[in-house]
Design a protein around this ligand. Structure first.
Ligand SMILES: Cc1cc2nc3c(=O)[nH]c(=O)nc-3n(C[C@H](O)[C@H](O)[C@H](O)COP(=O)(O)OP(=O)(O)OC[C@H]3O[C@@H](n4cnc5c(N)ncnc54)[C@H](O)[C@@H]3O)c2cc1C
Length: 504
């Protein structure tokens, strides 16, 4: 595959010659006009506070580089290519895995200033810089009559979310967010800039759709725009009594199987504040229209005694920014996931309850960890989503429509990093237990056997084998593309994240 250089910084060659001897931070600071911030400068401190997890904020980069153009990103990569420093790339900082978008001692490239949102209403596209958050994108599009497929909580960053495929409220209508990406502008390890489309670089285009940060730095995404009017949505909040939990698990199972209307979306989460033993169900509801038709969410509204109902007709921007209440900063966060086949109605109560009870049992064991909050999200991955994702050209996940699935997402948050090792094990025990439960039910016939259950990258804990759970042909494609675009392994060996395992 020939990767033509679209643009290249004129300063690159000269800079590279001296880069080997000096650190990237020193060189960028002294030899370029790229914005570079050191510890104790206001921009450094402010950018460091923009992580979801305080454990990421605690890692201190040697400098934070904030390029404003693609050419500046290419100049930084060129300097990096001539030395061996580890580095990190950060968009919204919402991935809580330490060292993914954070670093201790090396340069951090923040995409914050690559923040364009440019709507072309005629072509029905939006060019979006990775420095945006989804509420900034929806804010810029507010009133335009268009939207894009993106995050469900506004504060999440564009850059990492899209590289992990992206699960959206609109996913059953339009697929993973990545299925609506038409072009990636990408800086490769050799500092060349390529425009990656389906027609000019089909394998790289596919690899980027859920392949994570293994191929370069994305400096802008060209997204398909969709006509957008008002939406309906908000939250329902319930106490998690045993009766309500039973009804909620039945409702989410039923919703996933009988997903009649692709305009509907939900996230069903349970939260436990263990010190105070406050247990809640928090449901995020969405409908792409001013009111949901009767029937769609009835099972949730039929569950008695919800404490709070914020659902209303509003703009997409209002919904996404309103959902930001769910982001509580000031804690260390961990995230993890497992994917389960949806049980049929006859087996649903037993299987769903077993999953829920396992989560309760494991989280009970860490209730003395200061400030511990445990949450689990049941996220429908219906056959319809798989169908539309494939119809739009596919992606690395390549989910089939043989079965409906549920993506389980776990979070544990806590006050002090000292508790990390304990929670690290707890997280592994929780998703590891889910896998065992699923396998046992497959063996006993209560869940379908021999089905494809990939992990959803955006919800993975750092040790989870994202690539190993993909289909072998997708793993092979990722390896092949990586060898072509990054033969020296710059992203593989010098940045953290979900890496493509070597062939044994
Ligand atoms: C409150 C909350 C809600 C969430 N909701 C959703 C949801 O609805 N749907 C969903 O799919 N996910 C969701 N997520 C998960 C989220 O998508 C991932 O954590 C994602 O990685 C965050 O994107 P970011 O840009 O903020 O990431 P960052 O933490 O900045 O980066 C994540 C990874 O991407 C890399 N990266 C970032 N930008 C670039 C770039 N331009 N080029 C190359 N590599 C880059 C980083 O190096 C890092 O490895 C949620 C997370 C949180 C905390």
């Amino acid at each position: 595959m020939a990767f033509s250089t679209v643009r290249k910084s004129f300063a690159v060659a000269a800079l590279a010659a001296v880069a080997a001897a000096q650190s990237t931070c020193d060189l960028v600071g002294s030899q370029t006009s790229i914005d570079s911030y050191k510890r104790f400068q206001i921009d450094y401190t402010s950018e460091q506070s923009e992580y979801w997890s305080t454990a990421c904020s605690d890692l201190k980069p040697s400098c934070i580089l904030m390029p404003t153009t693609t050419q500046e990103v290419a100049a930084i990569v060129s300097i990096l290519a001539a030395n061996n420093e580890s580095f990190a790339i950060k968009s919204g900082g919402h991935n809580p895995n330490n060292y993914f978008a954070s670093i201790d001692g090396g340069p951090l490239i923040s995409t914050k200033k690559l923040d364009q949102v440019i709507l072309d209403p005629v072509a029905q596209t939006v060019r979006v810089g990775p420095g945006n958050r989804w509420d900034e994108v929806s804010g810029a599009l507010d009133g335009s009559g268009f939207s894009v497929v993106g995050g469900r909580i506004g504060n999440v960053g564009v850059g990492g979310y899209l590289l992990g495929a992206g699960l959206s409220f609109m996913s059953t209508e339009y697929g993973w967010a990545a299925n609506s990406i038409l072009e990636y502008e990408l800086v490769l390890a050799n500092a060349s800039v390529v425009s990656v489309t389906e027609s000019n670089h089909p394998d790289l285009f596919m690899a980027l759709k859920g392949g994570g940060s293994n191929f370069g730095i994305v400096t802008s995404y060209l997204l398909q725009a969709y006509p957008q009017g008002d939406v309906w949505g908000g939250n329902l909040i319930f106490d998690a009594t045993p009766e309500i939990s039973k009804a909620m698990l039945a409702a989410v199972r039923d919703f996933t199987e009988n997903y009649d209307d692709e305009k509907a979306g939900i996230i069903v989460t349970a939260e436990r504040t263990l010190a105070t033993l406050v247990d809640l169900w928090v449901i995020f509801l969405y409908y792409n229209g001013p009111e949901p038709p009767e029937g769609i969410f009835d099972k949730f509204f039929a569950i008695s005694k919800f404490k709070i109902n914020t659902c209303k007709t509003q703009s997409m921007h209002s919904l996404l920014s309103g959902n930001n209440w769910a982001i509580v900063k000031g804690s260390v966060y961990t995230i993890g996931t497992e994917t389960m086949p949806l049980p049929n109605e006859a087996n649903g109560a037993e299987v769903m309850q077993k999953i829920f009870d396992h989560w309760v049992d494991v989280s009970n064991k860490v209730q003395l960890v200061p400030g511990l909050i445990a949450s689990i999200a049941f996220q429908p991955l219906p056959k319809k989503l798989a169908q539309v994702a494939r119809a739009k050209g596919g992606d690395m996940l390549d989910v089939d429509d043989d079965i409906d699935r549920i993506v389980l997402e776990l979070d544990y948050s806590f006050v002090s990093n000292l508790s990390y090792p304990k929670i690290d094990q707890t997280m592994r025990d929780t998703y590891g237990g889910f896998k065992t439960i699923v396998e046992d039910y497959q063996d006993s016939g209560l869940l379908p056997k021999d089905v494809y259950l990939p992990l959803f990258q955006n919800d993975c804990f750092y040790p989870q084998d994202y690539f190993g759970r993909l289909k072998p042909e997708k793993m092979a494609l990722a390896r092949r593309v990586q060898a072509e675009v990054d033969p020296k392994g710059m992203w593989k060996t010098r940045t953290d994240g979900f890496k493509i395992p070597s062939e044994y």
